[in-house]
Ligand binder design. Structure first.
Ligand SMILES: Cc1cc2nc3c(=O)[nH]c(=O)nc-3n(C[C@H](O)[C@H](O)[C@H](O)COP(=O)(O)OP(=O)(O)OC[C@H]3O[C@@H](n4cnc5c(N)ncnc54)[C@H](O)[C@@H]3O)c2cc1C
Length: 605
């Protein structure tokens, strides 16, 4: 729907703010009950062009304001005062329209440990069942199987909506990478979706096996229900606050509707039953604060009337941090760098549209997940743990509401089933000093899966037009553990680049250099460390006493009918990519709403 005034006159039962990965899937699922009416307010527009749909074109719209919110953190003191980009989809489908399509499930150990944080009912079995309900998996081809793709049917959902499958094109670095990792003692994992992520594997992607195009919230969910009269999506409209009924103290506060702006005009729309915020980990906390829900001191400073004093809002920000390393290849390989040639790229695009094959039918394909013991020597581990344990004794941590979070993070460091490091081999290198005319390159990126840095996201004014302040607290960790782990990860990656088949293909390592001292490597990490674009935690599902924002039913504390469903509710980071779990979250949320309201909301579209 285009007309904001018509939208504002509708009688909705549920209003979902944010038609992104989780929100649009959830709204579509809610619409299965013909007796309820669902309204969705999405700031972006629908974009169904090649940039969104063609897998090999990933990354091309990052920074483009028609697709991307292009957030920046505040200057990060431990990263040379750089403002680090965190891209977010500003289109219908949200970040599922921009992401790199790795469809990876979480880890059994980690999800089962969520219950230790006080979140009952959220564990591997419940989350797995929900993710199964979302997935429509197609088995890999023989070609993909030769590249070790997961073909274990029982690991996947077949009857869901997000189409997933293995790739149809693999770069010639993929198999050498497997051989090298095997040589280093990291086994091939042929069953990556089983809940055990450790090993080297080829991942499943959110790609439609028939059309070879991106499967995402918009075409996987919304397109199936868009003709129903009881779901209306308003695009190009930004919610500015949830209209809350009662003021501080007279709780629970009730969400009455949503105020939003479109084309410079302000409107409001009412919700008979519930408002669900799904604006993502960077904007959900801002919207809660603008609605009067957050740390009362901060709200008063911003002249926002306090409805619910909830100090956890915007806190507990976590992300995966990445450090890229570049190398030059021996001989001539086809890599993503070839796509920088317009004629080559056009040829590939023609091939893609004609036969759905070629480089553009795929993205990247291989990755490694390993625990601490696989990349940190026992000597360094001992020193790191003793400095960490000393830091954890500080009163600020001992008295912190997040104490259980720290205990869990600590236990995972010595658990060989928990991945602390992800390594991805990108068949390209675009940094300065790379001679892409005459040579071909790869980038090996190391990603910290359970960083100890915890930052915040907060509103800076009472207006939704002012972006929130994002402090990723990059490399600010007790005992400097994030920096120690990243430096050890870089050293381990040097080993990978110089071992076995990948070592044989590597002409030279460009930057950083294996000969560099630890101090030089620390300096390099500070210069290049970036976000893996997986922010979470800013409206955490935790007990209220542990600075939680939502309860186990995703309901915001102190309110009777306001929920959050997006990446901001994850209380502790997943040692994997988040989208599969987020689609599962949409299904869990739909079930919870059905149960709590006694209404007939089936989760089958
Ligand atoms: C470049 C990139 C690559 C990635 N690659 C992968 C990958 O390969 N695999 C993976 O699992 N994950 C990947 N991710 C991360 C993953 O895509 C996100 O974690 C996930 O999509 C977030 O989903 P969400 O529902 O929390 O939020 P989003 O999908 O971001 O949805 C939020 C929606 O709310 C809208 N919105 C915000 N504020 C308002 C407002 N006030 N009013 C109205 N609408 C509003 C936004 O426009 C957006 O549509 C990647 C992310 C990026 C940026």
């Amino acid at each position: 729907m285009d007309s904001a005034s018509k939208f504002s006159q509708q009688n909705f039962d549920y209003i979902v703010v944010g038609g992104g990965t989780t929100g649009l899937a959830l709204a579509s699922l809610l619409s299965t009950n013909a007796n309820i009416r669902v309204g969705v307010i999405e700031a972006g527009q629908r974009k169904d062009d090649d940039m969104v749909l063609v897998p090999g074109m990933i990354g091309r719209v990052l920074g483009n304001p028609e697709y991307d919110w292009s957030f920046l953190t505040k200057p990060q003191v431990n990263a040379k005062d750089r403002r680090i980009p965190i891209n977010r989809g500003k289109v219908l489908g949200g970040t599922s329209a921009l992401n790199y399509m790795a469809y990876t499930r979480g880890s059994r150990i980690e999800f089962n440990d969520w219950e230790k944080l006080g979140i009952t009912g959220w564990n591997w079995d419940t989350i797995r069942r929900a993710v199964d309900a979302s997935e429509a998996w197609s088995p890999p081809s023989d070609y993909a199987k030769k590249h070790n793709a997961d073909g274990v049917t029982e690991n996947h959902g077949r009857g869901g909506y997000v189409k997933t499958t293995a790739y149809s094109y693999y770069y010639d670095l993929a198999l050498p990478f497997f051989e090298t990792m095997n040589k280093l003692g990291v086994a091939t994992n042929y069953s990556e979706a089983s809940g055990d992520l450790i090993g080297v594997w080829t991942y499943t992607a959110s790609i439609d096996a028939e059309t070879r195009t991106r499967s995402y919230s918009t075409n996987a969910y919304y397109d199936r229900v868009s003709s129903r009269p009881n779901i209306i999506v308003l695009t190009g409209a930004q919610a500015s606050k949830v209209l809350m009924g009662n003021s501080e103290g007279s709780s629970p506060s009730r969400a009455l509707g949503v105020e939003f702006t479109k084309a410079g005009k302000t409107f409001s729309v009412s919700a008979r039953r519930e408002v669900i915020i799904s604006a993502g980990a960077l904007q959900t906390p801002q919207l809660l604060e603008l609605s009067g829900i957050g740390n009362a001191d901060l709200l008063r400073r911003l002249d926002i009337p306090v409805k619910v004093d909830l100090p956890g809002v915007g806190e507990n920000f976590q992300d995966h941090f990445a450090v890229p390393m570049g190398a030059e290849l021996k001989g001539r390989h086809v890599t993503v760098d070839d796509l920088t040639s317009p004629s080559f790229s056009d040829k590939q695009l023609r091939e893609f549209h004609a036969s759905r094959t070629g480089m553009l039918s795929s993205t990247l394909s291989t990755l490694v997940f390993i625990p601490t013991s696989a990349f940190i020597s026992s000597g360094v581990m001992k020193t790191m743990l003793s400095s960490l344990d000393r830091a954890l004794l500080r009163p600020a941590i001992q008295n912190s509401p997040y104490k259980k979070w720290y205990e869990l993070q600590r236990s995972w460091l010595e658990n060989d089933g928990v991945a602390q490091l992800e390594i991805i081999l990108f068949p390209s290198y675009t940094h300065e000093g790379c001679d892409s005319e005459n040579a071909r390159h790869y980038t090996m990126s190391v990603f910290l899966q359970h960083a100890w840095s915890r930052g915040y996201v907060h509103a800076t004014s009472s207006s939704i037009s002012d972006p929130p302040e994002i402090d990723s607290a990059t490399l600010e960790s007790p005992g400097d553990v994030d920096m120690i782990m990243l430096v050890e990860a870089v050293k381990y990656a040097f080993k990978v680049m110089r071992t076995g088949a990948l070592g044989d293909l590597t002409a030279k390592i460009i930057e950083p250099q294996p000969s560099w001292s630890d101090d030089q490597l620390r300096d390099y990490v500070r210069s290049v460390v970036k976000s893996a674009f997986h922010p979470i935690g800013t409206a955490s599902m935790l007990p209220r006493s542990a600075n939680g924002v939502v309860d186990n039913d995703l309901k915001v504390y102190g309110t009777s009918n306001l929920r959050v469903a997006d990446a901001s509710i994850f209380p502790i980071h997943l040692g994997t990519h988040p989208q599969a779990t987020l689609y599962g979250l949409a299904h869990r949320a739909a079930e919870i709403i059905r149960e709590s309201q006694g209404s007939d909301v089936r989760t089958k579209l």
